[in-house]
Design a protein around this ligand. Sequence first.
Ligand code: CDP
Length: 224
Amino acid sequence: MKKIIIAIDGPAASGKSSTAKLVAATLGYLHIDTGAMYRAMALKILRSKVDPNDTVKISALATRTSVRLALREGKIRVVLDGEEVSGEIRLPEVTNIVSPISTVSDVRKLMVHEQRAMGREGGIVLEGRDIGSVVFPNAELKIFMVADARERAVRRRKELGTKGVEISVEELEKEILERDRIDSGRSVSPLLKADDAIELDTTNLSIEEQVEFIVEKARKIIEQ
Ligand code: CDP
């Protein structure tokens, strides 16, 4: 059976993670959340008290940092310099500085190198901002997931609520739009829809419908 690469890109909180996770589980593929890797780097910057806009210091720190995704008890864990940080990387303090840090080209080089190594064999679903455009431009299936900003904020509020973090929808919408602005405007690997990506607007879709849409497309390619 052919093992393909599925690239899911899109703006902040568009539902990539939950969808990619279920698509991977349905197909028996590995799921790689590349945003989690950038978040781990952001956590390191936060802990090191380096200015998130100090490109030179961030580049230097990146060369001394290890960010890995490890499978433990059936779950993907984010490991920063040997320490598991899967929970901490979702904190608002990390979210607030992750986009400026993701503009630093040395940080991106490090992450892209890791991601390519993990995806080499296929049988993988990667989600992020630059998967179909930069990391795996030859991916067999590319999805660009979008949703209305207010709907994305409502979803993120629900998700954070389950973790005990209370933030208003208005504040989240502002944060999401600001991250989109930085992610789309940066000079290195900006967030963009690859020419051959299929756009999927999830504003009015259920998670099951999103997953089914992608799995159906993937199966067609696998069986070809
Ligand atoms: O889950 P959410 O949509 O909030 O974001 P994420 O996927 O966890 O990504 C966090 C941040 O990492 C994004 O806002 C980007 O700045 C950066 N990122 C990136 O630059 N390239 C990627 N492939 C993935 C994430």
